[in-house]
Design a protein around this ligand. Structure first.
Ligand SMILES: N[C@@H](CCC(=O)N[C@@H](CS)C(=O)NCC(=O)O)C(=O)O
Length: 373
């Protein structure tokens, strides 16, 4: 039996896991979440109806893109984790950025351009539903739910201009980076490449409106998106290609320029979300082992933060801190000398704050759920 990946082309988190499987030569067959087996066989073990979910060769069910990647990384000697400290942190940081840091542009460019995107989206949402008399109604319900999620992430009439400006600055900076080398840290993908692909494939590199922007204004990013979905290295345009991460723990200037833009909302939002979730933890007695849901309460846990003199409001999501823990775990595992090098690398962009911003309770994954420890 080969692995089965329950995923759909237009799903953000599916793109991350799929690319990892492709790049690591793991044979799999992909099924839609609308396939009968998803509800009948997968859901009872996956617990939540999110994708991606993997069924391994020996029948184990793993829900969550990060957990799927960790399953293979931990059993294969961590082929996609750089060995040196600065590169390791950068890789983990881009994993966080991809999973959490680009949700506003991803959702904006998907949902706020109906003329360009709607029929394309309908096709995909429809085919992720089971063949069922209420298939169309469920499709509409799911699309409405995702439109609403765009607002929860902080896209509204006031913030939209800032969301677009930040995205374009990020995209053009990333384009300059990929002009120099084909992956974030050199000649092969790291964990951070897979994380970053999540928003840049399904939404920003595939929906008609943002795809056109990427193709017309950031051809090197577009090529990286293609490259991340191919099993070979796919570096024909780089005439002196290497095969490994850059030597001597190098982090290219072009990548730091990307981080400079990203930090502008990633850092204040993460600090604000930590404050909001910590206040909630202080007010609510949360037993050890209780589920850490996507949002606290009924979506009421908002955090507010300022970016370029503008006040933004977004849902505070515990999952952001599950990802951030990975960055902090790498940092904690370093020698004093390596920690100093990491701090010096991140300090100019204010990203050093992410090494110490944390929730008062740790989040872990157990039996396919995120739980409070
Ligand atoms: N933490 C999960 C999140 C998965 C997730 O939210 N997937 C979306 C599709 S990209 C989904 O299934 N949404 C359905 C829903 O929320 O009902 C992961 O990284 O895999």
């Amino acid at each position: 039996m080969t692995c089965s990946l329950y995923a759909i082309p237009h799903s953000l988190y599916s793109g991350r896991a799929r690319s990892y499987l492709i790049k690591n030569g793991i044979v799999f067959k992909e099924f839609s979440s609308g396939h009968e087996s998803f509800k009948a066989e997968i859901l009872p073990e996956a617990k939540l109806a999110t994708i991606p979910v993997l069924r391994t060769e020996d029948g184990k069910v793993i829900r969550d893109g990060a957990a799927i990647i960790e399953y293979f990384e931990s059993s294969n000697g961590r082929p996609c984790q750089p060995k040196t400290p600065r590169q390791r942190i950068i890789s983990a940081l881009f994993d966080l950025i991809g999973a959490e840091g680009l949700l506003r542009p991803a959702m904006h460019y998907r949902w706020n351009f109906p003329e360009e995107n709607l029929s394309f989206l309908h096709y995909h949402f429809f085919h992720s539903q089971r063949q069922h008399p209420e298939r169309e109604a469920k499709t509409q319900h799911m699309m409405d739910k995702m439109r609403y999620a765009a607002m929860i992430f902080g896209v509204n009439d006031v913030s939209v201009e800032l969301v677009e400006t930040l995205y374009m600055e990020f995209l053009l900076a990333l384009d300059k980076h990929f002009e120099q080398c084909p992956y974030l840290l050199g000649w092969k993908p790291c964990i951070g490449d897979f994380g970053l692909l999540a928003p840049l494939y399904a939404h920003l590199g595939r929906d008609p409106k943002p795809l056109q922007i990427m193709q017309q204004q950031a051809v090197h990013v577009y090529r990286w998106v293609e490259r991340m979905n191919r099993p070979d290295q796919d570096v024909a345009e780089y005439y002196q290609a290497g095969s490994d991460y850059l030597a001597d723990d190098q982090v290219p200037e072009t990548l730091l320029a990307v981080l400079r833009v990203i930090a502008e909302d990633l850092v204040p939002e993460t600090i604000a979300a930590a404050n909001s979730i910590n206040a909630w933890l202080a007010e609510n007695s949360v037993p050890s082992g209780a589920r850490a849901s996507r949002y606290l309460g009924k979506n009421e846990s908002k955090c507010r933060f300022v970016v370029r003199d503008q006040l933004l409001e977004a849902g505070a999501q515990p999952y952001r801190f599950f990802q951030l823990q990975q960055v902090q775990d790498v940092y904690q595992g370093c020698t004093d000398q390596d920690r100093a090098a990491i701090k010096a690398l991140l300090r100019p962009y204010g990203l050093e704050a992410l090494l110490t911003t944390r929730l008062d309770r740790r989040i872990e994954q157990r039996d396919n759920l995120e739980i409070w420890v």
